[in-house]
Write a protein that binds this ligand. Structure first.
Ligand code: HAM
Length: 429
């Protein structure tokens, strides 16, 4: 048997309804905040992600799926959405209108990671990117959009952790101090952190291996090295969050795993014990140099992305059942060839007019057809035998009330249509 690649999974029909509901919730929230959808390729030229040889993020150095295509071009499956969106922003000159371009996307990303609960090699992200404004309040808007989604999904106990990495000057000052500090502990740093010490010492603070060592806890904090401008900017972000009553926690160890961030960085953490290390369901921050690093005009940017699998796991753990399906309006039981042909015609009329229906193309026994009507959670079950057909009649059962009647075949559509309106009005389904 050929099986799926490690770290991937199939979304089966019983699960896909959850995805559709999550996607619907996302689209509604993005409309509220005026973010428009962008769809970029799933693979890009490798230099969209491998931009800088000094990049120390695990995602870029260890986890990308890189390959040569048949014309020997270097291609990378997208490990995240931001860089591809930035590439599309530049290539399509979305900056010319001098507006803030607010974009959202959903879709698969690829990272060669060790698979475990909430961590896959092909996973889906929902992300937003706001390009063209450095207003601190747009950072607040992005975080608020994330919080709105969490609320809409009925999730509680989600912690927003936030920090500022400041501007380049602040980070350069901090970097110097940090290098001096960690040089005293060189013999205790893991091999990755030793490499980070020269390339990007801030990323040492994000290390999962060295994280609990005592000298980590006493390392200097970035907030002591923010210059006045960066400090004031961060204050404005905090003021904005306070003004909309959005709860947060300032975490001065938060530096994030990607190298493009500056100023605001944040993570949304779920308090779910079984999630283990995968409790970060969404994260983001500001990236004011990314567009220019990719060859575009100097453009400010801020965004965030959620792991959609993690959002769905969190809703499962919270006992929110997104898997309920609305069921069919009608299920037809046909007894005999002529009856089946007639059902085919009635179903076409119903479907053309927006009513969902089905019948048994295996032409099973009466009992098994009733079972299938049940499985499809149909409001009405209609039974047609060749005898009824001769009288132009059909038997209809309302599964919500157990009432049965015999009606004219021509009356099927108006009958079901009116009853469905009544049922919808009463909110019974
Ligand atoms: P990230 O923190 O690398 O940020 O990923 C965002 C979210 O994607 C994570 O918080 C997590 O929920 C989910 N995620 C990451 N890796 C996996 C995986 N292997 N399996 C399942 N879920 C995963 C970014 O990707 C940035 N592009 C976010 C951003 C947008 N920053 C600014 N704009």
């Amino acid at each position: 048997m050929i099986t799926k690649p490690k770290g991937t999974y199939d979304v089966l029909p019983s699960e896909s309804i959850k995805w559709q509901k999550l996607e619907d919730a996302i689209r509604k929230i993005c409309a509220l905040y005026n973010y428009k959808e962008i769809r970029t390729p799933i693979f890009e030229s490798s230099n969209v992600y491998h931009r800088d040889e000094n990049d120390t993020s695990d995602m870029v150095t260890k986890e990308t799926y890189d390959f040569k295509d048949r014309s020997d071009r270097s291609i990378t499956l997208r490990p995240e959405g931001t860089a591809g969106v930035a590439r599309a922003y530049i290539e399509n000159k979305l900056y010319v209108d001098n507006i803030t371009t607010k974009l959202f996307y959903m879709g698969p990303m690829f990272r060669y990671e060790r698979p475990q609960k909430g961590r896959n090699r092909q996973f889906n992200q929902f992300g937003v990117e706001a390009l063209g404004s450095s207003d601190p309040l747009i950072d607040v808007e992005v975080i608020s959009l994330g919080a709105s989604l969490i609320r809409a999904l009925g999730l509680q106990n989600i912690k927003v952790k936030i920090n500022s990495l400041g501007d380049k000057e602040s980070r350069d000052n901090y970097r110097e101090v940090l290098v001096k500090y960690f040089e005293n502990y060189k013999d205790q740093l893991c091999p990755d952190c030793l490499e980070r010490l020269n390339k990007n010492p801030l990323r040492i603070l994000d290390c999962k291996v060295d994280h609990d060592k005592e000298f980590f806890k006493t390392a200097p904090k970035i907030n002591q090295y923010l210059n006045e401008e960066s400090r004031n900017r961060f204050k404005e972000v905090i003021k904005g969050l306070d003004s909309i009553n959005l709860k947060y926690e300032i975490d001065d160890n938060l530096v994030r795993g990607l190298d493009y961030y500056c100023h605001t960085v944040f993570e949304l953490e779920a308090d779910i014990p079984s999630f283990g290390a995968q409790n970060v369901i969404g994260a983001g921050g500001r990236y004011d140099s990314l567009i220019s690093d990719l060859g575009g005009p100097k453009t400010a940017g801020v965004g965030m992305a959620f792991g959609m699998e993690r959002l769905l796991l969190a809703t499962d753990e919270a006992g929110k059942d997104l898997s309920k399906t609305p069921g069919l309006h009608a299920y037809f039981i046909a007894l005999g060839d002529d009856a089946m042909m007639a059902v085919n015609k009635i179903m076409t009329l119903l479907r053309t007019n927006g009513l969902c229906c089905d019948c048994d193309y295996l032409r099973g026994s009466l009992k098994s057809q009733f079972k299938k009507a049940d499985l499809n959670k149909s409001i009405f079950t209609l039974i047609l035998g060749d005898n009824e057909l001769k009288d132009n009649k059909i038997n209809i059962k309302n599964n919500l009330t157990d009432e049965q009647e015999t009606i004219d075949i021509e009356a099927v559509y108006p009958y079901i249509y009116e009853k469905v309106i009544e049922i919808n009005k009463k909110g019974k389904r």
